[in-house]
Design a protein around this ligand. Structure first.
Ligand code: CO
Length: 132
């Protein structure tokens, strides 16, 4: 299979507080970035071949703020790297799976991303990401 798990998204109330646990495990945050289109501030921590993405809401109508309200902090999404995001989206769409956007959206580090509705993927919010 020509893909890998790019990162695992974790919703937290505060990056500064949330990262402390992972730093105690010996992981290091490699830069914090704001993604205005998603209304989040994210910090990536490399772990082996993948990364954790800590997500903090930057506004009350952020998807992360809604997630924290409904479910509290915790696992949020799983991100697969894909080579051709339009092709992956078209394949899912034509197979009847629901996507959360019609077009790829801007993600962190200049990636282009798309989310799959969790009702289409057995309850797991899935992000597809194509590197710049
Ligand atoms: Co993500």
């Amino acid at each position: 299979m020509d893909t890998s798990i790019d990162h695992i998204g974790i919703a937290i109330q505060s990056l500064e507080e949330g990262k402390a646990f992972y730093e105690a495990l010996g992981l290091e945050i490699e830069g914090i970035e704001e993604v205005p289109e998603q209304k989040v501030r994210v910090g990536f921590l490399p772990v082996g071949d993948t990364r954790l993405e800590l997500l903090e809401a930057t506004s009350e109508d952020s998807p992360i703020a809604r997630h924290l309200e409904k479910r509290g902090p915790g696992l949020h999404h799983l991100c697969f790297e894909v080579k051709d995001i339009e092709a992956s989206m078209e394949k899912l769409r034509s197979s009847g799976y629901r996507l959360l956007s019609e077009e790829p959206q801007p993600g962190a580090h200049g990636c282009r991303v798309c989310f799959v509705h969790p009702k289409s993927s057995a309850g797991v919010l899935i992000e597809l990401s194509q590197k710049r």
